[in-house]
Design a protein around this ligand. Sequence first.
Ligand SMILES: Nc1ncnc2c1ncn2[C@@H]1O[C@H](COP(=O)(O)OP(=O)(O)OP(=O)(O)O)[C@@H](O)[C@H]1O
Ligand SMILES: O=C(O)[C@H](O)COP(=O)(O)O
Length: 401
Amino acid sequence: MATKKSVGTLKEADLKGKRVFVRVDLNVPLDDNFNITDDTRIRAAVPTIQYLLSHGARVILSSHLGRPKGVTPKYSLKPLVPRLSELLGLQVVMANDCIGEEVEKMVAELPEGGVLLLENVRFYKEEEKNDPEFAKKLASLADLYVNDAFGTAHRAHASTEGVAKYLKPSVAGFLMQKELDYLVGAVSNPKRPFAAIVGGSKVSSKIGVIESLLEKVNLLVLGGGMIFTFYKAQGLAVGKSLVEEDKLDLATSLIEKAKAKGVSLLLPTDVVVADKFAADADSKVVAASSIPDGWMGLDIGPDSIKSFGEALDSTQTIIWNGPMGVFEFEKFAAGTEAIAKKLAELSGKGVTTIIGGGDSVAAVEKVGLADKMSHISTGGGASLELLEGKTLPGVLALDDA
Ligand SMILES: Nc1ncnc2c1ncn2[C@@H]1O[C@H](COP(=O)(O)OP(=O)(O)OP(=O)(O)O)[C@@H](O)[C@H]1O
Ligand SMILES: O=C(O)[C@H](O)COP(=O)(O)O
């Protein structure tokens, strides 16, 4: 895989009394009352912070939240302070800014074993522009840089990439390391047979992933909205199902590529169709070759669940990205839930199961099976880019091991 193989780690760094700039990805979902609806990313950031604290460091945390245009109070990181403090077992101090005199003063006053959370770094447009002067200002706050923001490692921003040029050492945190170990390590050197399950809405957003995985896997299982483009390319009627007309040739060429590579490509043989795109739609199971006019496929059917399960039974490594159906609607969640259960069962038998970010993570969490998987990525876009074989700027910028 074309990503960086090994980066410097936290364990090699001298931390006692040092001011450490830690880029974390605390981009968590908040409801209208600013309650955190999923704290996974905050929990995932804790081991690195705790390690730093236990080694006498002074921790300066930096993150973005959302995509604000300038200073936008609704994207403040303040609502995260109570949960972060609770998880760390200490009171996290919050700054009203991420650079400037007041922040410098707060950093100077930060004791060993203290944590200062900087305000949303995207309140400055210079962050996303990767402005060197801004990166220098962030760097001037600390003695060393730790990047643990895997979820944002595909962005070349000032706090994820630029700052590493001005702060040495620049090393990976434990979360970053773990994500790379699984998403690069396990995928480039998998225990075989190695299977990928790819779903989600459109084939266009997964072309890169499918093409890259076709080079590595023994089995490729496809589900989700993209299958109808494959069906149509094979001359089947798909009713009102989601189809990308301009990707029909691509679908055919992916099928041919799989054949040429000796990869066994499984498409669902039956689907759950609906008369409209709604939670209360009328639904029925039909063969993939008999989708009625006016109906749309919103999930894989029971025969497919069974045959996918049987094919997965003989694998040793499985990577999954993208739901099998519209799992947000209960009626069309069975395929996605069955795959989640199958992976949990296989994990228990020693199979390496990796959930590559995005909606499949939400689906696994919804059925309460998150802790059964070998690895659940905290990065949607970042994990997709890694699986496509791209290099992540936030990783590239770090010191070599
Ligand atoms: N048959 C289908 N028809 C239409 N939409 C579908 C179908 N199957 C799945 N989807 C939708 O696909 C969406 C997820 O697609 P997406 O490509 O974004 O997946 P993902 O890779 O898991 O997420 P992300 O891009 O956030 O990482 C879900 O909202 C789901 O409802
Ligand atoms: O949620 C994410 O995928 C990351 O936090 C990156 O956010 P972004 O897509 O706004 O850069």
